[in-house]
Design a protein around this ligand. Structure first.
Ligand code: PFF
Ligand code: NA
Length: 471
């Protein structure tokens, strides 16, 4: 397969655009909404450390693997897998990997859109001046107000899904290129403003220590007070799985989103350099969000482990108190919506690209079909925060939203990533992967191959086994 030949869906106009699109996919709710709240729920520093290790040892090599597979296959992930399987004469079962990704993407999109709907709702709340002078109680009442109204959550979810469909229907190149070039840098700038606010007005010392001081016993030990009054502690591996899963989620890995973008990447661009840029941008966004949020959490006596509402209950306090907060608050949530938008587009693109390639559907109809399906599944997540939050609607102690989030982020993405690593490391020939990566045969290439063959798969398997109690 000559890699000068492009994809039928078009090709990015330059290598820079690929990086922007991939950063657009990576930076999203995962960084600003999810990273702070799971860090809060999992005790802070030691969790962050494990997450960073997962990014470096698993995220980086698997991202390179996904990009190189996509660029070599030049098709939607399902057909890319088919093409690579043919090229390498691999077992046909590998083709399932493409399907797994499409299903995972749809499941994630269904609840991602609901949370993005919260951000949309907050644009208008900020604009209406509802944050002004808000203390912790007012901010949390404002959030509860939203959760208590399934109708308005459903409306925002519908609007966000329609926005996503509108861009995808026209082909990812048009809308995305512009959105990412201007809006991503603006989001970063605003995060810096928030960190500065946290530095002056929040409990920055405590927030910083919470994020970066790894207290192993706090995160990985689960202690109970027995009836006899004795305290009994055991190792708790759950945070490991959550950190691992989040490394995949935040980098958009394990489901073909980066693969499909890689398939539109010009053949002459450096995969290693692109990966580094994407990973640095994504990690910076998450850490900035953490540095903005936790000082405010501690200064206002809020609970770090308060769950998915954390960001929505803390940032309004900051915006409500800072000069120009009405404008900044609105702008921030607008940019958050854009960040979520560019991620949602990449969640739906593998499915749409496949329908266009194999079913001969028009992009518009394919997008509509997939969008409606994800929208419908999203209703379960809307109701998880109100009508269906009760125990009688739960399975394994989790609501529909919790269950989908857990299944996709902690199981399906790492599983997809594991197989991607195994395929790129063991099934693809050296000449194929070396040819795409263009790293020569030096230390760089050999390090990548070692990580993708041994280290990343082994770590994923160990964490999985630990989670199901085998080790
Ligand atoms: N990486 C996105 C975020 O951090 O918000 C979420 C995401 C997008 C996950 C695309 C997976 C994906 F394929
Ligand atoms: Na991310």
């Amino acid at each position: 397969m000559p890699d000068t030949q492009g994809s039928i869906h078009g090709q990015w106009s330059s290598r820079f655009v690929f990086i922007l699109a991939a950063v657009g996919s990576a930076v999203g709710l995962g960084n600003i909404w999810k990273f702070p709240y799971i860090t809060g729920e999992n005790g802070g520093g030691a969790f962050v450390l494990v997450y960073l290790i997962c990014i470096a040892l698993i995220g980086v090599p698997i991202m390179m693997a996904e990009i190189l597979m996509g660029r070599r296959g030049r098709r939607s992930p399902i057909n890319t897998m088919r093409a690579l399987v043919a090229e390498e004469k691999a077992h046909p079962a590998w083709r399932w990997l493409g399907w797994l990704g499409v299903v995972t993407g749809l499941l994630i999109l269904s609840y991602y859109s609901v949370i993005a709907g919260w951000a949309l709702a907050y644009v208008f709340r900020a604009g209406a001046g509802l944050f002004t002078g808000a203390n912790a109680d007012a901010a949390s009442a404002l959030f509860k107000d939203l959760l208590g109204s399934p109708e308005s959550m459903l409306a925002w979810h519908t609007i966000f899904m329609a926005m996503t469909g509108a861009v995808v229907a026209r082909g990812v190149r048009g809308g995305l290129e512009k959105a990412v070039t201007v809006l991503m840098p603006a989001l970063f700038a605003l995060l810096v403003v928030l960190v500065l606010y946290a530095l002056y007005e929040g409990d920055f010392g405590r927030g910083f220590a919470f994020l970066f001081h790894p207290d192993i016993s706090k995160v990985f030990q689960h202690c109970e007070l027995l009836e006899s009054g004795v305290k009994s502690c055991r190792f708790n591996g759950e945070p490991l799985l959550i950190a691992l899963g989040h490394a995949f989620f935040t980098l958009s890995l394990g489901m073909g989103a980066i693969m499909v973008y890689g398939s539109y990447m010009p053949g002459n661009a450096s995969i290693a350099r692109a990966t580094l840029t994407i990973v640095v941008a994504d990690t910076t966004a998450a850490l900035l969000a953490g540095l903005a949020i936790f000082p405010i959490v501690f200064a206002n006596g809020l609970e770090p482990a308060s769950g998915p509402g954390l960001v929505f209950q803390t940032l309004p306090i900051a915006f409500g108190a800072m000069p120009g907060g009405r404008f900044f608050g609105m702008l921030f949530f607008v940019l958050l919506v854009f960040a979520a938008w560019t991620s949602a587009i990449s969640l739906i693109e593998p499915a749409v690209a496949w329908l266009v390639e194999n079913r001969g559907m028009r992009r518009v109809s394919a997008t509509f079909g997939v969008g409606v399906l994800a929208w419908f599944l999203g209703i379960g997540s809307v109701l998880s925060f109100n009508l269906w939050s009760g125990e009688s609607f739960q399975l394994l102690g989790k609501t529909w939203f919790d269950l989908l989030d857990y299944l996709t982020a902690n199981i399906l993405l790492p599983l997809g990533g594991l197989f991607i690593a195994l395929f790129a490391g063991w099934v693809m020939s050296r000449s194929a992967s070396r040819g795409e990566l263009r790293l020569g045969d030096g230390l760089g290439y050999r390090t990548w191959r070692f990580l993708v063959r041994y280290v990343s798969p082994a770590l994923v398997v160990i964490v999985f086994f630990n989670a199901i109690g085998l080790i």
